[in-house]
Design a protein around this ligand. Structure first.
Ligand code: HEM
Length: 156
């Protein structure tokens, strides 16, 4: 694997933590300040969450089509084999599908944040999207031991 691929894998792995932290902050903020309009800090955090998610998406698309885990499994082994093997299916189907759904939810929160509606209504909507995205992301991360030795904290 080349230096660029290593750097992208490093970024993709660490952006997970940024996304998880920003989601947790968003959830906490909407819960704690349900009746208040979004602060400028909360809006900035929401923007950074979307930026982090979109960078992860772009890196992931590259890795999926050009890396060792992903579409290559369909190309070399065929769909029937891939769908029968939990690890192959995870990389070829489940990770990309789950994460894209979560990133769509995160992207939708940007519009919700801008909407001219009552604060409690806005915070409830944000909470719903954030919590759904969080659950899907937690379920779609290759946590250590699930599919081989993917590290929690990848070195360069
Ligand atoms: C919220 C979004 C996402 C999170 C939190 C996330 C998280 C992760 C993590 C933790 C890994 C393991 C990295 C490592 O080995 O250290 C990984 C690998 C991978 N992800 Fe994602 N991911 C996300 C989105 C995506 C998307 C949208 C795609 C595809 C379009 C994707 C494709 C991949 C691929 C192909 C790998 C394997 C890379 C390789 O080992 O060569 N990811 N992802």
């Amino acid at each position: 694997m080349g230096t660029l691929d290593n750097l992208l894998l490093f970024l993709h792995s660490w952006l997970r933590w940024i996304i998880l932290i920003l989601l947790a902050v968003g959830i906490f903020n909407s819960l704690a300040k349900m009746q208040q309009p979004l602060s400028s800090v909360a809006k900035k955090m929401n923007l950074w969450l979307m930026i982090a998610a979109h960078i992860t998406l772009l890196i992931g698309i590259y890795q999926y089509f050009f890396g060792p885990k992903g579409f290559v499994f369909f190309r070399t082994m065929g769909a029937a084999t891939v769908m029968k093997d939990p690890a192959l299916r995870f990389w070829a189907v489940e990770h990309i599908t789950g994460m894209i759904i979560a990133i769509v939810l995160i992207t939708l929160t940007k519009g919700v944040a801008k909407k001219d509606i009552a604060p409690s209504k806005k915070n409830k909507k944000l909470l719903l999207f954030y919590i759904l995205a969080l659950i899907i992301i937690l379920a779609s991360i290759p946590w250590p031991g699930r599919f081989g030795d993917v590290p929690l904290f990848r070195g360069v």
